[in-house]
Design a protein around this ligand. Structure first.
Ligand SMILES: C[S@@+](CC[C@H](N)C(=O)[O-])C[C@H]1O[C@@H](n2cnc3c(N)ncnc32)[C@H](O)[C@@H]1O
Length: 219
């Protein structure tokens, strides 16, 4: 048991400084993912990894009304925000997995389930001694490749140049399993006309940074 807890440990805060509250009528369990009931290979399934406060999840659910959107994050206040939004908007195509994405991927087990995986503004862990904590590595790329359907896509963004270089080097090592679709610098721009404006995206633009956006397609 303690090995499992250690395996899926996530560094960083899982609660915000400001306490978020549920709208009283929200029945949280209705919004939680039930792997046996909700996952069907025949459906279009999109995973929002590190969904934070849920802006990207809501965006994806509106853009893909016939898909199941799975939001995955351990951030308690962010998940409360998303529960409230789902309740208010009565959106029916979102389910939340409130744990580590690696646990979700391991529990899926069988291959070729997913259509798209979005990882927007993952924690950059800038200090060298913390690089091992970075979510995106070759191992994760291999797992995603296994779980994506043919032509499945991965979308990644970051506003951290060192993290971008690390991601690109992993994409290079994964070049036999993923095609990097927008591999020219002038098309790496995070375009708010077509992409969600998440909390960390807003922070990046406020700090005058230009976030990068990467599209990968399963080979
Ligand atoms: C910097 S925030 C970005 C949140 C959101 N995507 C945005 O753009 O505003 C990174 C989020 O990833 C979550 N996270 C980090 N590691 C994770 C993991 N292994 N599985 C699921 N969520 C994770 C954190 O809890 C945090 O909410």
């Amino acid at each position: 048991m303690s090995n499992i807890i250690h395996k899926y440990r996530i560094h960083g805060r899982n609660k915000g400084r400001k306490k978020n509250q549920l709208i009283t009528n929200v029945v949280v369990k209705d919004y939680l993912l039930n792997l046996n009931k909700d996952i069907d290979k025949n459906n279009n399934i999109i995973v929002d990894v590190g969904s934070g406060s849920g802006e990207s999840t809501i965006f994806l659910s509106k853009r893909n009304p016939n898909s199941l959107i799975i939001a995955c994050d351990v951030f308690v206040d962010g998940n409360i925000n998303l529960y409230n939004e789902i309740y208010k908007t009565q959106i029916t195509n979102i389910k939340i997995f409130k744990n580590n994405i690696n646990k979700f991927f391991d529990e899926l087990k069988s291959k070729e389930y997913l259509n798209e995986i979005w990882i927007l503004f993952p924690d950059p862990w800038p200090k060298k001694k913390h690089h091992k904590r970075r979510l995106i590595n070759l191992n994760l790329l291999k797992k995603m490749h296994y779980l994506l359907k043919a032509d499945g896509k991965v979308f990644i963004s970051t506003d951290s140049t060192p993290y971008l270089f690390s991601i690109l080097s992993n994409i290079y090592y994964a070049k036999k399993i993923f095609k990097w679709e927008n591999d020219k610098p002038y098309i790496w721009r995070y375009d708010l006309e077509i992409l969600p404006e998440t909390k960390y995206c807003k922070k990046a633009f406020k700090a005058n940074k230009s976030p990068f956006f990467i599209k990968l397609i399963k080979i």
